[in-house]
Design a protein around this ligand. Structure first.
Ligand code: ADQ
Length: 471
């Protein structure tokens, strides 16, 4: 069996349980075949420009897995990570051209760190290794590896959405990015609509030919493209829910909110997650459906995220102000409409919190998939499940059709859906939940990993010229 080499911006220690669904999936895959997980250590050092390329590899072995990391110079952190990854690619891919900061130094740093990664990974590779690269930080990595003579199968999975072609074309380096993608053997995306955006982009901007069997031909390369919606580890989550802390949390929440109907939101504090719009929709609900006053409480947990970036600081202040205003305007001595918690909640507590909630509000303006939606469903009591209100702009909406789908920009429509969720009869709740569970069980994280890796093997077997073309 081939050894798996995972490359992602950050590496999670497989021994730590807090890591979340993706880390679980990757850890499982690595432990089966043995392998390497390579990424940035999260540490930076201050040094002269460009010195990052001299950072050595730190290695640590955990069971059959070798963790290999590099440090980044402060300059690379600012240009590659904050600059190009999170001030260009993240906003543009989430349709927020207004927040993008195009700066040629960012693109240079992005390329430099991808080269550094390639230089450090290449000597670790064995001829039979299969390489799986993750996410927007590392789009050009395969091209850099190929330039060094790497002929291993290389797959790429993009966790965030693909924007419509014209929005993609606003990135000054879009042609270079796209050409780089063709150095992979397989590009996996979250949804069919992401796939169509990529195919349309490649057809219009690069004259690519799309074969209905899932292959794109351009730049003298053949690239397999497919949708592999990421799933969750339903079993792992169920055992967390049944563990003592999960049960304790559930009991405490149910007791605390015994006279209320609880709504829950769990997100990173990110402008893609539609948090201000969610508070506005909840405000609309209290205004126009007054029976919910003194009854419905929204707990919004928003984990701090990318705090070194200005757009996130602005969002934080906006949320403080919106939550303060709704509580000031509607709160009573014995009831506050919104409990806003700007902190991370330990993963082992999440199932209890989800299960105590009657309704989950998962209303991003744009999201690759959104695993919170799936986790909420997996944590419910099948005999008395809560209701998922889900943005149609989350990748998860393509699969989770039995949720109440909303347009998060429309506060009136979202408020109506919340009202419907709060008053939904038990029979309908059970029916919807059971259909949704069938989907998330079938397309779980193990399905995601194995179907991606099988497709990668197949892509290499069926298009042998793909690797040869780049040499
Ligand atoms: P994220 O944008 O981080 O990920 P999401 O999928 O919603 O989004 O969450 C990932 C994990 O973080 C979940 O396991 C969730 O429980 C946890 N989490 C989120 N907020 C939390 C909080 N406040 N406290 C504790 N835990 C929290 C990117 C893409 C998504 C895609 C994932 C996986 O943006 O669209 O679903 O990758 O591919």
């Amino acid at each position: 069996m081939s050894r798996l080499v995972i490359v992602s911006n950050r590496v999670a220690d497989p021994r730590k349980a807090a890591a979340g669904g993706l880390a679980v999936a990757i850890k499982d895959g690595l432990q089966q075949t043995g392998g390497v997980w390579f990424g940035w250590s999260g540490k930076t050092f201050t040094d002269a420009p460009g010195v990052a390329s001299h950072s050595g590899v730190h290695t640590q072995t955990v069971g059959k897995v070798q963790l290999a990391t590099v440090d980044l110079s402060q300059q690379d952190y600012e240009t590659y990570y904050l600059g190009y990854s999170n001030n260009v690619l993240w906003p543009v891919f989430h349709n927020r051209l207004d927040l993008a900061q195009f700066d040629v130094r960012f693109a240079t740093g992005y390329r430099r760190v991808n080269q550094l990664f390639a230089q450090r990974i290449f000597p670790l590779l064995k001829p039979s290794d299969v390489i799986w690269v993750h996410d927007y930080h590392l789009i050009p990595l395969a091209a850099e590896l190929r330039a060094m003579g790497c002929t291993n199968p290389i797959g790429f999975f993009l966790h965030i959405p693909v924007p419509p072609p014209l929005i993609m074309a606003a990135i000054p380096e879009h042609e270079w990015l796209m050409r780089s993608l063709f150095a992979y053997d397989l590009v996996g995306l979250q949804t069919e609509s992401d796939m169509m955006h990529l195919v349309r982009y490649a057809e219009t901007e690069a004259g690519a030919q799309w074969r209905p069997d899932g292959y794109l031909r351009a730049f003298n390369r053949t690239l397999r493209v497919g949708a592999f919606p990421i799933g969750m580890d339903v079993g792992e989550f169920a055992s967390l829910a049944d563990a003592r802390e999960g049960l304790d949390m559930f009991a405490r929440m149910r007791e605390e909110y015994s006279r209320r109907q609880l709504l829950i939101g769990v997100d990173r504090l990110d402008y893609s997650k539609g948090l201000p719009q969610r508070i506005q929709a909840f405000r609309y609900l209290l205004e126009h459906y007054p029976e919910n006053r003194k009854r419905a409480t929204l707990i919004q947990i928003a984990a701090p995220s990318r705090e070194d970036l200005g757009a996130y600081d602005h969002l934080r202040r906006e949320m403080d102000s919106l939550c303060g205003a709704i509580n000031g305007d509607y709160g009573e001595l014995d009831w506050m409409p919104v409990r806003y918690i700007h902190r991370n909640v330990a993963r082992r507590r999440l199932p209890g919190v989800y299960r105590a909630a009657h309704v989950a509000l998962v209303t991003p303006l744009r999201d690759g998939m959104n695993l919170v939606a799936k986790e909420f469903l997996a944590a419910q009591d099948p005999a008395d499940p809560g209701v998922l209100v889900l943005s149609r702009f989350a990748g998860a909406a393509e699969q989770l059709k039995e949720a109440l789908l909303v347009n998060p920009y429309d506060s009136q429509g979202t408020a109506q859906a919340i009202e419907r969720a709060l008053t939904m009869p038990l029979g309908e709740r059970i029916e919807r939940h059971s259909a949704l569970m069938t989907t998330i069980r079938q397309y779980d994280v193990h399905w995601w990993r194995t179907s991606f890796l099988d497709a990668l093997k197949q892509a290499v077997a069926q298009a042998p010229e793909a690797v040869a073309d780049t040499q």
